[in-house]
Design a protein around this ligand. Structure first.
Ligand code: ZN
Ligand code: ZN
Ligand code: ZN
Length: 150
């Protein structure tokens, strides 16, 4: 059973940032709030456009710095993409331990997948390669329930 966390969703992110020695500036908070509100993939230009409403003249280098700080803490994830364009999404459950995410190819919505069934694959790899497996990346893609029904 999961315990219910009553604190506002951004508190866990603030705690993680502080724990890793990052400064929690208004811009950092604004980026977290933006990703939580949108719940989908965002590229740095979109983030810059949204932030300019509150922080006039904010430059792309600043946006990248904030995004990469958040990514280094595991709060944002850089999505793998076929076009090599950089897009980020927020993990809504950073304290959940190892898990995966589902990305809608049509609308970019990102959902948590708190499940990993890679054990069999890992055993196979270790057995056949005589290797010691230390991790894996898995990005699931498809159509979200909305896009799938329209
Ligand atoms: Zn997540
Ligand atoms: Zn969708
Ligand atoms: Zn996994």
């Amino acid at each position: 059973m999961k315990t219910i966390n009553n604190s506002p969703p951004s508190d866990v992110y603030i705690a993680r940032l502080k724990g890793r020695g990052h400064r929690v500036t208004p811009k950092v908070r604004a980026v977290i709030e933006l990703f939580l509100k949108r719940g989908c993939l965002l590229d740095p230009i979109e983030v810059q456009t949204q932030l300019q409403k509150r922080f006039k003249g904010i430059g792309l280098p600043t946006v990248y710095r904030v995004l990469d700080n958040l990514a280094s803490c595991g709060i944002l994830v850089i999505a793998a993409s076929e076009d090599q364009k950089r897009r980020y999404y927020i993990c809504r459950d950073i304290d959940a331990g190892h898990h995966h995410h589902f990305i809608c190819r049509k609308c970019g919505k990102v959902e948590e997948v708190n499940l990993c069934l890679m054990e069999e694959v890992s055993k196979y790899v270790e057995r056949h390669l005589k290797a010691k497996l230390e991790g894996h990346f898995l990005q699931m893609e498809g159509l979200c329930s909305n896009c799938n029904s329209s």
